[in-house]
Design a binder for this molecule. Sequence first.
Ligand code: PLP
Length: 390
Amino acid sequence: MKKRRVPTTNVPIYRDSGFILGDLNTIKKAFKDEKDHFRSPENYIYSRYRNPTVVAAEEGIMAVEECKWALLTQSGMSAIDVALSIFQRGDETRPWLFFSEIYGGTNHYIDRVLIFRRGVDIKRFYPSGDQYDLKELEKMLDKLKPEFVYFEAVSNPMLVVADCEAIIKMAKEKGAAVIVDNTFATPYLWQPLKDGADIVIHSATKYLAGHGDITAGVVCGNDLQMEKDAVEYRKYTGHMLSPDDAHRLGAQLKTFNVRMERHCSNAFKLAQMLANHKKIEQVHYPGLKTHPTHEKAKKLFKGKGFGGMITFDLKAEGPEKKLEAAKTFIAAVADYIPLIPSLGNPETILLHVESVWGDKYRLPGMIRLSVGIEGYEHLEAVILKGLEQI
Ligand code: PLP
């Protein structure tokens, strides 16, 4: 009887660790193709190399990022590791230039893995005040001739939007490749590859998956040699995402744009409300005219929104009272807005800034909100009630 394909919009979860290769000719061809034609549809050998469920989810990412390839990994950190491997060629490698205002975990990875364990020549570019001075960047690029420049579009927790287009243009003119961690902005607001970046990485744990129930990462690009290098490194280091997580991520990606629209609109309304509230000293949100990088955000995100993250400082006399205010607020909203050290969840979650970034930001009254996609009225009512308790 002829096999009939079941019509479905979902790819099954292929949990096979290895795939049937049948006979000796097939296995020989498979291992040969695996090196040069790894994208051939029949080329499934072993799930650490390539898995049909993972490939289907990667196609979902390629659709939202509008790029030629995407490789899923088990976390955002492993996506960073895979992305950087593309540029590592032993002693020939030129220095790597990282902007300093990036995710803390990435900064620790740089210190403890790249520098301490692997001896990579790393240089950091620091901002002058709360913004980067591109004239200084130009001087560094001329002096160091780095292999690549690595930065994040939106900083954390102050939500400063970088001069992304200018940074990419300058780095490329000076012969450096560009890697962007676009976890906070997401492809909904900005697609760095279209502006000339070589590689984009995401912690897909956050907005791409968007439900707080997966740890995953992705590396995206257009250059096919870079893809080949990254595929090889992912295979040998075993940074592959599991088929179960890939399946869930693939389904969650179908609502990505709608979710982002709602994250952005809820955050925009909430930021306006907070900015006018008597118990709030300052609100950091790129959608507010008072934010130092509001104009940059407007230009880069082309009116689609300003993201789902808001950081605000509670008003009180002195550090002790500020800390007390933060504790009271966090306890008052805990049933609806839990303290969870992550972001991009469907429900609004929060983080106390000093508890996480205490060495850098001695700001006891500061709270970072990852605004969810729940009904806005309910969310506003919970926050107002929490502020009333202070
Ligand atoms: N990049 C950014 C901007 C992040 O915020 C995070 C995690 O919070 C990561 C990378 C690392 O991602 P993961 O936790 O999925 O490994």
